[in-house]
Design a protein around this ligand. Structure first.
Ligand code: URA
Length: 225
């Protein structure tokens, strides 16, 4: 359980944003228009991790604002959720790879400490990795998304107990109707997964016999959109 309040963690996240804004740990820092740190509720139970910003994300400095993002918002709406209120969305890379090429291992390595810190500060209960790059990085396994999508994994990530819930990337779902059908089906299990985590947390709070006061939700939209 966190030793810091939601407000302290949110302030730390803003400090991290400023670090990412000035980051030149890899050559992508020199070619991006804007870094894409992430957006949403800094105290969200559900975190999405995508691959890397595309052209529109690079222009606006926000994650998933193109067609794939529209689909993500539609799927969230189907389960009664809203990206700003209920989730935090980040990417493996904070800068756009030119021409939307795949992230390179050294770029992933350079950016990884930022993602680890984001996870530690947001303290999500469920991390949904979107597509192969995020899934392989967070599960630390070479198993591809086709084999593990929709299968929740109880793990420790960034020193926190979480449920990793790998999903197909929305961009892949836009290309292939059967992938969209599977993504939608998997998406509809998210509320149950969050509920199961909550019941486990309540049970462990009771066993500790310590009352925990849930912190009020704090909204973080670092880009004010
Ligand atoms: N695809 C991603 O993986 N991330 C984005 O932010 C946008 C598209």
């Amino acid at each position: 359980m966190s030793q810091t309040t939601a407000e302290q963690r949110r302030e730390e996240l803003v400090r991290l944003y400023h670090e990412v804004r000035d980051c030149h740990r890899c050559p992508l820092g020199a070619v991006r228009t804007n870094p894409v740190f992430g957006m949403g509720n800094a105290d969200a139970d559900l975190m999405f991790i995508g691959e890397a910003p595309g052209a529109e994300e690079d222009r606006q400095g926000k994650p998933f604002v193109g067609r794939a993002g529209k689909l993500l918002d539609e799927l969230l709406a189907e389960i009664g959720m809203d990206r700003r209120r209920d989730t935090f969305i980040a990417n493996v890379l904070k800068s756009r790879p030119p021409g939307n090429r795949d992230p390179q291992p050294e770029e992933i390595e350079a950016c990884k400490p930022y993602l680890t810190r984001q996870i530690q500060l947001i303290e999500p209960k469920v991390i949904s990795t979107l597509g192969n790059f995020a899934t392989k990085l967070i599960t630390e396994s070479p198993t591809g998304i086709t084999r593990c999508c929709g299968k929740p994994q109880a793990r420790v990530v960034a020193d926190l107990p979480v449920t990793i819930y790998p999903l197909f990337h929305p961009a892949a779902a836009l290309r292939t109707p059967s992938v969209l059908a599977r993504l939608r089906e998997d998406f509809h299990r998210i509320p149950d997964l969050l509920g199961e985590q909550e019941s486990r947390d309540e049970a462990s709070d009771l066993s500790l016999a310590g009352a925990t006061v849930p912190a009020g939700p704090s909204q973080l939209d670092l880009f004010g959109g």
